[in-house]
Design a protein. Structure first.
Length: 261
C-alpha cells in the first residue's frame, strides 16, 4: 500500500500524468491528490498491486512519505514586500508549491551578510506576519552568519540579515534560521497513522547508503498534505530529491518491530 499525495503528483507533472492515472490495489490518495487529479479531468485506473519495496511499518500501514527539498528562500511580511519592491506591490506567482495556497514568487532578493552575499534568493508567498529567511548551514558559511536550527515561526533570539530588493533594502534584526526538518500531515493522515502534532518521527531513506532522520517534527493542519521537508544540505547528504520517498519507521525514539527484524 502506498500513499499518493499532491506533492508526488506535482513532481510527475514535468513528465506528464497518464489519464486515466494508474493506481495499484490498496493504494491511498490523499484528499488533496484526489482534488488535484479531478481539477485536471484525470480519472483513476485500478491495477494489480506489485510487491512493496518496504515491509509494513507503523500500525500495519505502508508508510512511504514523499520528500520536498527546499533551497534557500524568504517569506516576507506585507510591509517588507513594499519596502523592497515599492508601495502597493504584490508578489507574482511563478509556480504553485506542494502545500495548498503556497507558491514560489517570480521575485527574488539578495542576502547580504558579514562575509558574503547570495543573490537570486526566491521569495515564497503569500505574505506572512513576520519576515523569515531560511538558509542551509553551507549558506551560513558563505554569508558569515550561523543561525540556529528552528521550526518555522520560532524566531526569537535568531540573528538578522540584510535583504536587498529592486526598490529598497531592509535590515532584519532577527528572522534568519536553518529550518528544522518536519513532516506536514492532514488530520486524517495523522489519525490513520496514530501520530500527533509535535511527535518526533524516525524516517529512513532507501538505496545503497540509507540514512536515518531521527528527529522529524510533525505538523498537522487541515491545509496540509503529506510532505517531508528538508533543506538542500540534508537532501544532498541523503541523496534525495523532491518527489523521492522515505520510509516512516518509528516515532518518539521507538523503532517498529518490523524494522528491528
Amino acid at each position: 500500500m502506498a500513499l499518493i499525495t499532491e506533492t508526488s503528483l506535482r513532481a510527475s507533472l514535468a513528465k506528464g500524468l497518464l489519464n486515466p492515472y494508474p493506481v495499484q490495489e490498496g493504494d491511498k490518495l490523499t484528499p488533496a491528490a484526489m482534488d488535484f487529479l479531478k481539477a485536471r479531468g484525470i480519472s483513476l485506473q485500478r491495477i494489480a498491486s506489485k510487491p512493496s519495496i518496504y515491509p509494513k511499518t507503523m500500525n500495519g500501514i505502508q508508510t512511504n512519505v514523499p520528500a520536498g527539498v527546499s533551497n534557500r528562500h524568504i517569506h516576507l511580511s506585507p510591509d517588507h514586500v513594499e519596502a523592497l519592491f515599492g508601495t502597493g506591490y504584490r508578489l507574482n506567482i511563478l509556480r504553485e508549491l506542494s502545500q495548498a495556497g503556497q507558491f514560489a514568487a517570480q521575485e527574488t532578493i539578495t542576502l547580504v551578510g558579514p562575509k558574503g552575499i547570495i543573490p537570486n534568493v526566491r521569495i515564497l508567498g503569500p505574505s506572512r506576519g513576520a519576515t523569515q529567511v531560511e538558509i542551509s548551514r553551507t549558506d551560513g558559511y558563505l554569508l558569515g552568519v550561523h543561525p540556529p536550527v528552528r521550526l518555522s515561526g520560532h524566531l526569537e533570539g535568531t540573528p538578522g540579515i540584510i535583504v536587498v530588493g529592486i526598490k529598497g533594502t531592509i535590515v532584519l534584526q532577527e528572522g534568519l534560521i536553518v529550518a528544522k526538518s518536519h513532516v506536514h500531515l492532514s488530520p486524517q493522515d495523522a489519525s490513520e497513522l496514530q501520530i500527533e502534532g509535535g511527535d518526533r518521527l524516525i524516517l529512513k531513506t532507501g538505496g545503497d547508503r540509507p540514512i536515518f532522520f531521527a528527529d522529524v517534527i510533525v505538523r498537522v493542519s487541515e491545509r496540509f498534505s503529506l510532505d517531508f521537508h528538508i533543506d538542500l544540505d540534508e537532501a544532498n547528504a541523503a541523496g534525495l530529491k523532491t518527489g523521492d520517498y522515505v520510509q516512516l519507521i518509528g516515532k518518539n525514539g521507538g523503532i517498529t518491530g518490523s524494522v528491528r527484524r
